[in-house]
Design a protein around this ligand. Structure first.
Ligand code: PLP
Length: 395
């Protein structure tokens, strides 16, 4: 692509262009952070309002039944199941990724072995597993990136949160079976971006974020996938009443719900859950193979233009998720200056500028213009201004 006109031609032919209208995006902003916090769909905003105003205000507690609140964790789970190649009853929406990792790894520890995670894995995955090891006495191993685990429970992101490297799920599962390793996949940066096929790959356990490509909103609950037969065998450590077979029997003994539903724990956050549930409807008509191809082309265009600015992505050619990182020693300030120019990405310490290329709401022209603004920020060196060098709590 050599000009804005070239990429505008791509936009005119883009079969996914129609999805943009489903989002409520601020005018003048080019949002390259949908991989971190997806933007709201109009349907989700309307659903939150309807839930707060009608179902909560007027329906009050009756809405657990009348508005189907109690069914939402399973209903939203079934919608996510389609996106990751699972059966509808194998996915439940609950809690955060951190808590779900604790529950799932805790449930799997019964079979023995160490808890392993790569040393460059997303920090919460490492912290939770190490905490679980302290609690249970199970050995904890921090592996070198790419090192194969030799048994035990292993947590692995399908798409790496910094590099966007995509793991080979099929090959890793085949190796894991030979070594008796149980892999918990963290699908946070994959679900909703490209078709995941847990069943096809033989993956039995996964967790993933609701607020990234699934656009569920800030702090949206996450999801747990457990393959059907495995779920029946497992007992999870936060045996809360919402994961019990009949919570409203109020009996003393805990009997887990059938299948993955036992991975629920406490009362679900309904206002968040309705937003996620509504946002998920967007994927009904979305072909995620097309989304994957578009994300790739969007990011390739940006990488080409960044190369002209002396920036190289941290990941070489090969499979890549939906985001791209560039190392820059002033990356934080450059990103702040870029945000001030209406292009929103984020920064990952120590020096990475991260840009996400969500295919359902971005146009090729957006990406072209974002690269123009990045060029301006670097050329003018406006990132040197003090206001762009003050770190916020969230980067
Ligand atoms: C790969 C990965 N796992 C887990 C999380 C955090 O999940 P949660 O905040 O739901 O615990 C993130 C957040 O960005 C992430 O990127």
């Amino acid at each position: 692509m050599t000009s804005l006109a070239d990429v505008e031609a791509l936009d005119r032919a883009d079969p996914l262009a129609r999805f943009r209208a489903a989002f409520d995006l601020p005018v003048g902003v080019i949002y390259l952070d949908g991989n971190s916090l997806g933007p709201p769909t109009r349907a989700a905003l309307a659903r939150i309002a309807a839930c707060a105003d009608g179902e909560w205000k007027d329906g009050l507690i009756r809405s657990w039944n009348d508005a189907g609140w109690i069914e939402l964790p399973r209903r939203a789970g079934a919608k996510i199941a389609r996106l990751i190649g699972a059966r509808p009853d194998e996915v439940i929406v609950a809690d955060s990724v951190s808590v779900n990792l604790f529950k799932l790894a805790g449930a799997l520890l019964g079979a023995g072995g160490a808890i392993c995670v790569e040393a460059d894995e997303f920090p919460t995955d490492q912290y939770v597993l190490e905490g679980l090891s302290r609690l249970t006495g199970a050995p904890f191993q921090r592996l070198a990136p790419g090192e194969a685990p030799a048994g035990g429970v292993f947590v692995k992101s399908l798409v790496h949160y910094k590099t966007a490297a995509v793991a080979d799920m099929l090959a890793m599962e085949a190796r894991a079976r030979k070594s008796g390793t149980r892999i918990i996949w963290d699908l946070s940066h994959a679900a909703g971006l490209f078709p995941v096929d847990v069943a096809g790959a033989g993956a039995r356990f996964a967790v993933g974020c609701g607020y990234k490509y699934l656009n569920g909103g800030p702090g949206a609950p996450s999801f747990v996938y457990v393959e059907g037969r495995e779920a029946e065998r497992l007992s999870q450590p936060i045996a809360g009443w919402m994961g019990a077979a009949r919570p409203f029997d109020f009996c003393t003994d805990y009997h887990p719900a059938a299948g993955s539903a036992r991975f629920a724990a406490g009362t679900p956050p309904i206002l968040s859950l309705v937003a996620l549930d509504a946002a998920l409807d967007l994927f009904e008509g979305a072909d995620l193979s097309l989304a994957q191809a578009k994300a790739r082309l969007l990011s390739d265009i940006f990488i080409d233009r960044a190369a002209a600015l002396g920036l190289a992505p941290t990941l070489g050619p090969g499979p890549r998720g939906g985001h791209v990182c560039f190392a820059h020693k002033e990356g934080y300030a450059v990103m702040q200056a870029l945000i001030a120019r209406g292009v929103i990405g984020d920064f990952r310490a120590p020096d990475l500028m991260r840009f996400g290329f969500s295919p359902l709401f971005l146009s090729y022209a957006d990406v072209w213009r974002a690269a123009d603004r990045l060029a301006d920020v670097l050329r003018t060196e406006e990132w040197r201004r003090p206001e762009f060098n003050r770190r916020g709590a969230v980067t």
